[in-house]
Write a protein that binds this ligand. Structure first.
Ligand code: MF3
Ligand code: CO
Length: 256
């Protein structure tokens, strides 16, 4: 496949049995942390309370929140509200209000193994437009997941995300994307949601990576601070993220 021009992953991107066991343990903790947030999230909640739940639940499991101090990131979790695209700060003095749509993005390090997943939450009753964006962004992720099987290029995922998002009248963020994840938090390759179907690294059994499309209601242009990312036009943005393992005949979701 390399001779025919495919971008073939290196050996170190194929997980050993021991690595996969560690990654699965990390992912099980990450899922518990997201479940704890899901149980507690409500209108009026201060975002710093989400940060505390993530920190405390993770540490109680003997793990560490991977975002904390990652390249200077100051919190344990990213909480991105409404027009925030990603990397939102769960800061004191910020509160959830009825009608908000919120992404909570959790990543865990356990015994040196990494997991990463995010979910959307609707706070109380939200507008029909906001609900549709949340539902159709999940649909984009599922379309991408359908493309995960060995010996296909990763661009098949990007193309599937684009097809669905554009059919809905939305745009796809390409400045940020998915990534290898397991032995390090962010590993090769960066998965570009701007790739065409035939582009990107070959998917091979034993690889673990994230699928995390960011879908904007309006244009894909962004406004960025040091960490926090917003839509430039102020329109809503949504994201769902899973971590997958490529298997011999398809894939398995290991963190959601
Ligand atoms: N899932 C996000 C990502 O891969 C988690 C970011 S944590 C941060 O970018 F520390 F980098 F903000
Ligand atoms: Co990620």
């Amino acid at each position: 496949m390399r001779r025919s021009g495919a971008w073939v992953p290196s050996r170190k991107q194929i997980r050993t049995g021991a690595q996969l066991r560690g990654i699965r343990e990390s992912a099980a903790i990450n899922t518990r942390v997201l479940d704890a947030v899901a149980d507690a999230i409500r209108p009026g909640m201060e975002l710093s309370e989400i940060d505390a739940i993530v920190y405390n639940t993770t540490v109680a499991c003997g793990a560490r929140p991977a975002p904390l101090h990652y390249e200077g990131y100051p919190y344990s979790v990213c909480v991105s509200v409404n027009d925030q695209v990603c990397h939102g700060y769960p800061a004191k003095g910020r509160f959830l209000r009825e009608g908000d749509i919120v992404n909570v993005d959790c990543s865990t390090e356990y015994k040196g193994f990494f997991s990463d997943a995010s979910r959307m939450f609707e706070i109380g009753a939200v507008s029909q437009d906001a609900h549709r964006l949340v539902v159709q962004t999940k649909a984009c992720l599922l379309r991408a997941l359908d493309e995960v099987r060995p010996w296909k290029p990763m661009g098949e995922m990007s193309a599937a995300i684009h097809r669905h998002a554009l059919a809905c009248g939305y745009s796809v963020v390409t400045r940020y994307g998915g990534h290898g994840c397991g032995v390090r938090f962010h590993e090769e390759p960066f998965i570009d949601y701007g790739w065409r179907a035939e582009e990107g690294m070959l998917m091979v059994p034993g690889m673990t990576f994230t699928i995390e499309p960011m879908i904007n209601q309006g244009a894909s242009d962004l406004r960025e601070t040091e960490w926090e990312v917003y839509t430039r036009d102020g329109s809503l943005s949504a994201q769902w993220e899973v971590q997958v393992l490529v298997t011999e005949d398809g894939h398995e979701v290991i963190a959601r």
